[in-house]
Design a protein around this ligand. Structure first.
Ligand SMILES: NC(=O)c1ccc[n+]([C@@H]2O[C@H](COP(=O)([O-])OP(=O)(O)OC[C@H]3O[C@@H](n4cnc5c(N)ncnc54)[C@H](OP(=O)(O)O)[C@@H]3O)[C@@H](O)[C@H]2O)c1
Length: 215
């Protein structure tokens, strides 16, 4: 399998990458922190990845997306699965005071993903194969006073994916919307712990063998 992971140093994405690596997959990773990216690459090789290549990028800069995808395709050849995982948990109080802060959150959590999906959809549609998966959130299912900026961006991406799934179904391309609940990762480190619904990221490994992204 040839796997592209965008936002690869996300805690959730790293657990997914480890599962693919142990199956011998070839991976291309994109993330903005080169130190953590290098550490992840080394770890995935040790775990059995067939090959690991990577690129460093701030994914909010959509002007770089086309070149990044071309680099990934050059390294891997035709990509079987893309996972888009990057995101930020918006500072709701700050966004309430500043449209500029809200726009930055929408750039990261919605528009940058739409940019990537536009490019990926046309490539996968032409090849008539592949799976595109994006981590959205249950926070996008309804607006809450505590996080409606983050939730609105996630809700928008879920709706976008729903339409894209219907479009690409005709080309045999799978579009997967992943909607986790609360997961204990760096993103949620400042949220009060103890939620009944909180999951640890390590539980990923229990699902080995029933990977929903594998066609
Ligand atoms: N944790 C939860 O409870 C939860 C629940 C539902 C959905 N999600 C979603 O799951 C996904 C992964 O989150 P996580 O929980 O694994 O948190 P995480 O470990 O904090 O991962 C978020 C990742 O996004 C990257 N990122 C943010 N902005 C970026 C940018 N402009 N360019 C490149 N990378 C950028 C961060 O990079 P740096 O490390 O360099 O900052 C980080 O690696 C996110 O889309 C999140 O919204 C999480």
């Amino acid at each position: 399998m040839k796997i592209l992971i965008i936002g690869a140093t996300s805690a959730i994405a790293m657990e997914v990458a480890k599962l693919y690596a142990s199956d011998g997959a070839e991976l291309f990773l994109i993330a903005r922190n080169d130190t953590r990216l290098d550490a992840l690459k080394a770890d995935l090789v040790v775990r059995g990845a067939g090959r690991v290549a990577a690129a460093v990028a701030d994914l909010s800069d959509c002007t770089k997306h086309d070149a990044l995808l071309a680099e990934a395709e050059h390294a891997l050849g035709p990509i079987d699965i893309v996972l888009i995982a990057h995101g930020t948990l918006s500072d709701q109080a700050k966004c309430q005071q500043s449209f500029a802060a809200t726009a930055v959150e929408f750039q990261t959590n919605f528009l940058s993903i739409v940019s990537l999906l536009t490019l990926l959809a046309n490539r996968f549609e032409a090849r008539r194969a592949g799976t595109i998966a994006v981590i959205s959130s249950v926070a996008g299912d309804r607006g809450r006073q505590s996080n409606y900026v983050y939730g609105a961006a996630k809700g928008a991406i879920s709706i976008f994916l729903e339409g894209l799934r219907n479009r690409l179904h005709h080309a045999g391309v799978h579009v997967v919307t992943i909607k986790p609940g609360f997961v204990d990762t760096p993103m949620t480190q400042n949220i009060k712990k103890g939620s009944t619904f909180r999951a640890t990221n390590r539980r990923c490994s229990r699902y080995r063998g029933c990977n929903p992204l594998t066609p």
